[in-house]
Write a protein that binds this ligand. Structure first.
Ligand code: PLP
Length: 391
């Protein structure tokens, strides 16, 4: 990748079509042709863009005309993106995020029964927001700097239900920018305080969903010349999960020697589960993907119903969407912590409950199941304590 420069812009559907082909085949069957003197791409430029986005170390190149030859993902260094520091030494707090991946995949032995083994991917082990959202905060910020230049990424505005805001605020702290976070009325006091602790300016809105705030945020961005990363529409959200979250999960299931029957995860922007679905449906046909949402007219921080509008889920295959009430989500959290000693957030409780519901309905056979737990439980102590007081 030293001398040839792959472009970054590509239509999203075209990106998916090319990426699907690469993932299905486990490689590419052509080189990218470049001009020998200038190293400018003369053929297969879009392939180059897609390879860059899915994260390969080496792009197969030939001079003048492309060559029909198969080059595997391994040969292109596709899996080298995931390179944890062996003894956990990091040169700064940004490396602490991306050089610490994969987040743990842990077998929940006490919650595994009747031939079904439950594995949890603990996104609460990300260092800033202690959530899956560190990944997108990091990537969207970096992409914005790449595209707009550092001077245009001084003030950022974002609608958030806490986690994305914390992740962007951490990037702002590291790089000397400022975040104005717009939060809906449903976000807990703890979320608001945490955002302020991280140095964000917080604007609380009477609106109930993060997605309803987008127009307000967009207008503010225009008025103040601020950068709006916009987690709901920014394809960097999908991309970072494809390039890292899904890829590292493949390495983990290989190490564990498991072939998951299904993967369960919550839907907010739909970024992480859409990318996981796209990746796994292309790489391993058999795996089922289940999305988890709050029951009608209820709210669980971080996830929301599909009809409230989400982008990427409409481009990928989801086998079923499971509804969970906030009470069931809390009960799920308590069952996890009281059986496994690991404290996860409400949407993780919802994901676990969804798995149990499908199991009780007889829809899950014996085998391995992966649950993506989006965050740590500490942010939800308020809500859980109210429930425990009534218990
Ligand atoms: N769970 C929690 C706690 C979250 O904060 C989020 C996103 O905000 C999600 C689940 C959903 O993730 P995604 O936006 O990738 O769908």
């Amino acid at each position: 990748m030293d001398r040839i420069v792959c472009g970054d812009d590509i239509d999203f559907e075209e990106f998916l079509a090319i990426a699907s082909n690469i993932l299905k085949k486990g490689g590419v069957d052509t080189t990218i042709a470049v001009d020998k003197e200038s190293m400018r791409i003369v053929e297969n430029g879009k392939l180059c863009t897609v390879l860059k986005k899915i994260g390969v170390r080496f792009v197969p190149v030939s001079y003048r005309v492309s060559e029909k030859i198969f080059i595997s993902l391994e040969d292109m260094g596709f899996f080298e993106d995931i390179k944890p520091s062996r003894y956990r030494v990091f040169m700064d707090t940004e490396e602490l995020l991306y050089k610490n991946w994969p987040t743990p995949l842990v077998k929940l032995g006490n919650l595994s029964r009747d031939g079904r083994v439950v594995w949890a991917k603990l996104e609460g082990f990300n260092p800033w927001s202690m959530s899956v959202k560190d990944r997108i905060g990091w990537y969207m910020y970096r992409k914005a700097v790449e595209k707009l230049g550092r001077d245009k990424v001084k003030l950022l505005v974002e609608a958030t239900s806490t986690n994305t805001g914390l992740a962007i605020a951490a990037m702002c702290a590291i790089h000397g920018s400022k975040l104005r976070a717009f939060i809906p009325s449903t976000v807990s006091k703890t979320g608001e305080i945490l955002l302020k602790i991280f140095g964000a300016e917080v604007v609380r809105s009477p609106k109930t969903l993060t997605v309803e705030l987008i127009n307000d945020v967009e207008e503010m961005a225009r008025k103040e010349g601020a950068a709006h990363l916009n987690q709901f529409y920014n394809d960097a959200n999908f991309e970072v999960h494809l390039r890292y979250t899904a890829k590292e999960l493949e390495l983990q299931i290989r190490e564990a020697g498991i072939k998951p029957k299904a993967i369960f995860g919550g839907l907010g922007t739909s970024g992480h589960m859409s990318a996981i679905s796209f990746y796994f449906k292309n790489r391993f046909k058999e795996v089922k993907i289940y999305g988890v949402v709050p029951a009608l007219n209820t709210s669980i921080q971080g996830i929301r119903r599909v009809e409230t509008g989400m982008k990427w889920i409409h481009y990928v295959e989801i086998d079923d969407v499971v509804e969970v009430t906030p009470e069931e989500a809390i009960e799920g959290v308590l069952e996890i912590v009281r059986n496994e000693g690991i404290f996860v957030g409400l949407s993780s409780g919802a994901v676990y409950t969804a798995f149990k519901k499908m199991m009780k309905e007889g829809k899950l056979g014996e085998g391995d199941y992966i649950l993506i737990f989006p965050d740590h439980g500490f942010k939800y102590v308020e809500q859980i304590s109210r429930y425990i007081d009534k218990e």
